[in-house]
Design a protein around this ligand. Structure first.
Ligand code: PRX
Length: 665
C-alpha cells in the first residue's frame, strides 16, 4: 500500500475513563436506548432514518420515500418532502422558548449581547425580507465573509429562510481566496462587515472584499456591509449597502420558503489533495437531521445548558454546532468573536465563567496551546458549571486529553472526541457521553446508524486488532455531502472511485483496537491538518509557484507540538539558491506572498531552498521522501528510482539553507 507508513499503528494508550455515574444517570441517551437504535438501524436501515426524520424535523410536506439510490453514489434522502431549515431552528421554538437566549455573544473588546429565540427570528426575518427586496430567490448563492458575530448566524439563517444557498468564507482567507470561491459559486450577493476584532487588531474584511470584487466576481450585484469595528471604509454607491440602513426598516415577519429536502442548504469550500478547493454541497433536510441529532446525542443538550463551540462559522464545525444543530435543538449558545489568547491566556476560561458554560467544544490545537500556559490560569476561574467537554478536527494526543480532563473537567466531565468531516456534515464517530467509556486519543465508536469500517487496499475489512487501513463509511447517511458544486466527476473520483462506488472513502487512515474502538491516524492524501484546518499541499505549492522568483515547490507537513502539523515548503528558485540574510529575506517575502494568495493560515512555517527537488525518473516529486526529511525521520523509502540521489544530502544537510522563523521542534 502506497501509504503504508502512515497506516502503521503506533499509538498505544491503555487508560479507560468511565462516564461519571451522576452524568450517566441523567444522560439523554442511555445504553438501552442506544441498543434499541442500533438494532433498529441493523434490521431496517431506512426505517430507522425515516423515524428519526419524522420525529426530529418539522415538515411542511411529509416525505414518502426515504432513500433514493437510483443515481448512487449521488444519494437522495427524503426527497419528496418539503421543509424550511430556518423555521426548524427558530419558529418551532416560539411556543416553548421564545424568550430563552438563543445566542449569548461576547465581542473581543468585551462588548456583550444576548438574543432570544424571538429576537433572533425577528432579525433573521428582517434580513430575509431585505434579501428578497434585492431580488434574491431560492437557489441563488450568497457568500458570507464576516467576523464571528451574531449577524453571521443571522445571515446564514436569512439565506436558509428564502432558500438561498450560502457559502461562508472564513474571514482569515485572503481576497484572492474569496474571489475564487465567489466565482466558483457564482454568487449574486456578498454579505460582509467593515472588519472584525482579532488579537486586538482589526481584520480588514471590507477592504479584502473590495479587492476580491475588483479582481473579478462579475456575478456579484450587491454587498451588504455590517458595521462592526466602525473604522472608515469606502462604500461603492449602487453596489454596497449598509446593513444598518437596509435591514432595520424591514418587517420582522417573513414567511419561510418551503424547499425540497434535497434543496442545497449551503456550499462550504474545503481543500482537497489536488487542484482548487472544492465546494462541498449539503442538502437541507438530511444535513439538519444529522446536525440536530448529534447535538442531542453527543452533546447531551438539555434546556438549561449553555453550549460553547469555539469554531468560527467559516468552518463546518461552526455550521453544524454553532449555526444549526444547537439552535435546532433549542439550546443557548455562546459565541466569542476573537482570539483565544486575547488579552491573555485566561480569555476562554473567563468566558466560560462569565456565561456559565456547561458544555465546551474546541480543537486539540487550542487545548495544547492553553495547556502550555500551565494549570494556574484555568484554576483561577470558576469552571464548575462545565459538565461535558468535546474535541474536534484533529487527533488529540493523550497528554492533552488528560490535561483537559484533569484541569478543565476537574476529573468529572466526560470528553467526547468527535470524528467527522466537512463532507460528513455531522459527527460520525464519537463517545456517547453517558454510555461510552473513553480512552484518551480514541474517538471510540460510530454513532447509531453510521456504518464505519477499516479496509485494506482491496476494500477487504481489516479485522485484526490494531491493524491500520482506510477509514470508510459503508452505507449512505442523511447528512452526507451530495456532490461537489459544479464538478460531480470530482465527487465521484475523490470519494467513491477507490472502492468502485461501494464505500465512501474518508481520506483518513485508522485502526481499531480489540474493544472495537477507532483511532484516527491522519490523512492518507496530500491534505495537511494545521491547527485543525485542512490545507491542500497542492494549493500552497501553486501559490508559491505563482511568485515570479519561484520555479518549483513541494509542500509537506511537519509535526508541530501545538498545531499538530505545520507547513514545510521546499522551494527551487529561478535564480541561484540564496544564502544567509538573502535566504531569510526571501523566505519572509514568500511567506507574506502565500498569506496574500491564500490566507495567513497557509503560511509555511519553514521554507527550505534547494537546487532541485527529488524526483522519480518519470518526473514525480517524491513527497514521502520530503516528508521524512522534514520530520528528521530515517529514510526508509526505496531510492532506486530517484533521478538525482545527490539532492538528498542537500535537502537534509548543512548544504540546505533553511529559514525557519517559528519552528517549534
Ligand atoms: O483527518 C480528519 C480530521 O479532520 C479531517 C476533516 O477536516 P474538516 O473537513 O476540516 O473538518 C474538521 C471538523 C469536523 C478528517 O478527515 N479530524 C476531524 N476530527 C477528528 C480528526 N482527526 C482525528 N480525530 C478527530 N476527532
Amino acid at each position: 500500500m502506497a501509504t503504508r507508513q502512515n497506516i502503521e499503528s503506533v499509538l498505544i494508550e491503555k487508560r479507560v475513563f468511565s462516564p461519571p455515574p451522576t452524568f450517566a444517570a441523567r444522560a439523554r441517551l442511555k445504553q438501552s436506548e442506544r441498543e434499541a437504535l442500533q438494532q433498529r438501524a441493523a434490521s431496517d436501515y431506512e426505517g430507522f432514518w425515516a423515524d428519526l426524520a419524522r420525529q426530529h424535523l418539522a415538515w411542511l410536506k411529509p416525505f414518502t420515500q426515504t432513500l433514493d439510490q437510483a443515481n448512487a453514489p449521488n444519494y437522495r434522502w427524503f426527497a419528496d418532502g418539503e421543509l424550511n431549515v430556518s423555521a426548524n431552528c427558530l419558529d418551532r421554538h416560539l411556543a416553548e422558548r421564545a424568550d430563552k437566549p438563543a445566542i449569548v455573544f461576547e465581542g473581543e473588546p468585551g462588548d456583550t449581547r444576548s438574543l432570544s429565540y424571538r429576537e433572533l427570528l425577528a432579525e433573521v426575518s428582517r434580513l430575509a425580507n431585505a434579501l428578497r427586496s434585492l431580488g434574491l430567490q431560492a437557489g441563488d448563492r450568497v457568500v458570507i465573509y464576516m467576523p464571528l458575530v451574531p449577524e453571521a448566524i443571522v445571515a446564514m439563517h436569512a439565506c436558509a429562510r428564502i432558500g438561498a444557498v450560502h457559502s461562508v468564507v472564513f474571514g482569515g482567507f485572503s481576497a484572492i481566496s474569496l474571489k475564487d470561491r465567489i466565482e466558483d459559486a457564482g454568487a449574486r450577493l456578498l454579505i460582509t462587515a467593515d472588519g472584525g476584532w482579532r488579537g486586538g487588531q482589526i481584520v480588514e474584511l471590507k477592504s479584502a472584499a473590495d479587492k476580491a470584487l475588483s479582481l473579478g466576481c462579475p456575478t456579484i450585484e450587491h454587498s451588504v456591509v455590517l458595521r462592526r469595528t466602525g473604522q472608515e471604509i469606502p462604500m461603492q454607491p449602487g453596489r454596497d449597502l449598509w446593513w444598518h440602513e437596509l435591514v432595520p426598516s424591514q418587517s420582522p415577519v417573513c414567511k419561510p420558503t418551503p424547499v425540497g429536502a434535497e434543496h442545497p442548504l449551503f456550499l462550504l469550500y474545503t481543500s482537497g489533495s489536488t487542484g482548487s478547493p472544492k465546494g462541498i454541497q449539503h442538502a437541507s433536510a438530511g444535513y439538519l437531521l444529522g446536525a440536530k441529532l448529534t447535538s442531542e446525542w453527543v452533546f447531551d443538550l438539555r434546556d438549561d445548558d449553555v453550549f460553547w463551540c469555539t469554531a468560527d462559522v467559516g468552518w463546518v464545525t461552526g455550521h453544524s454546532y454553532v449555526a444549526y444543530g444547537p439552535l435546532a435543538a433549542g439550546a443557548t449558545l455562546v459565541m466569542y468573536e476573537g482570539a483565544p489568547m486575547f488579552p491573555d491566556g485566561g480569555r476562554f476560561w473567563q468566558t466560560c465563567q462569565a456565561h456559565g458554560v456547561t458544555i465546551f467544544y474546541t480543537a486539540p490545537t487550542a487545548i495544547r496551546a492553553l495547556m502550555k500556559l500551565g494549570d494556574a490560569i484555568p484554576q483561577a476561574y470558576d469552571l464548575s458549571k462545565i459538565r461535558l467537554l468535546g474535541t474536534v478536527g484533529e487527533p488529540i494526543n493523550p497528554e492533552a486529553w488528560v490535561w483537559y480532563h484533569r484541569v478543565i473537567g476537574r476529573e468529572q466531565c466526560p470528553i467526547v472526541d468527535t470524528w467527522w468531516q466537512t463532507e460528513t456534515g455531522a459527527i460520525m464517530i464519537s463517545p456517547l457521553p453517558g454510555i461510552t467509556a473513553t480512552k484518551p486519543g480514541s474517538c471510540t465508536q460510530p454513532l447509531p446508524g453510521i456504518n464505519v469500517d477499516i479496509v485494506d487496499d482491496n476494500g477487504v475489512a481489516v479485522t485484526a486488532p490494531d491493524a491500520g487501513g482506510y477509514l470508510v463509511i459503508k452505507k449512505p447517511w442523511p447528512s452526507m455531502l451530495r456532490t461537489i458544486w459544479g464538478d460531480n466527476d470530482r465527487y465521484l473520483s475523490t470519494y467513491w472511485e477507490k472502492f468502485q462506488g461501494r464505500y465512501y472513502v474518508a481520506g483518513d487512515s485508522a485502526h481499531r483496537d480489540a474493544d472495537g474502538y477507532y483511532w484516527i491516524m491522519g490523512r492518507i492524501d496530500d491534505v495537511l491538518n494545521v491547527a485543525g484546518h485542512r490545507l491542500g499541499t497542492m494549493e500552497i505549492e501553486s501559490a508559491l509557484v505563482a511568485h515570479p522568483k519561484v520555479a518549483e515547490a513541494a509542500v509537506v507537513g511537519q509535526q508541530h507540538e501545538i498545531k499538530g502539523e505545520s507547513v514545510f515548503a521546499y522551494v527551487v528558485l529561478n535564480g541561484a539558491r540564496p544564502a544567509g540574510a538573502d535566504a531569510t529575506a526571501l523566505s519572509d517575502e514568500l511567506r507574506r506572498w502565500v498569506a496574500e494568495q491564500l490566507g495567513a493560515i497557509a503560511k509555511p512555517d519553514t521554507i527550505r531552498f534547494a537546487d532541485n527537488l527529488p524526483k522519480t525518473r518519470s518526473g514525480k516529486i517524491m513527497r514521502r521522501l520530503l516528508r521524512s526529511i522534514a520530520r528528521n525521520e530515517p529514510i526508509t523509502q526505496d531510492l532506486s528510482t530517484l533521478e538525482n540521489p545527490a539532492i538528498i544530502e542537500q535537502l537534509r544537510g548543512e548544504a540546505a539553507i533553511e529559514s525557519n522563523p517559528r519552528r517549534s521542534r
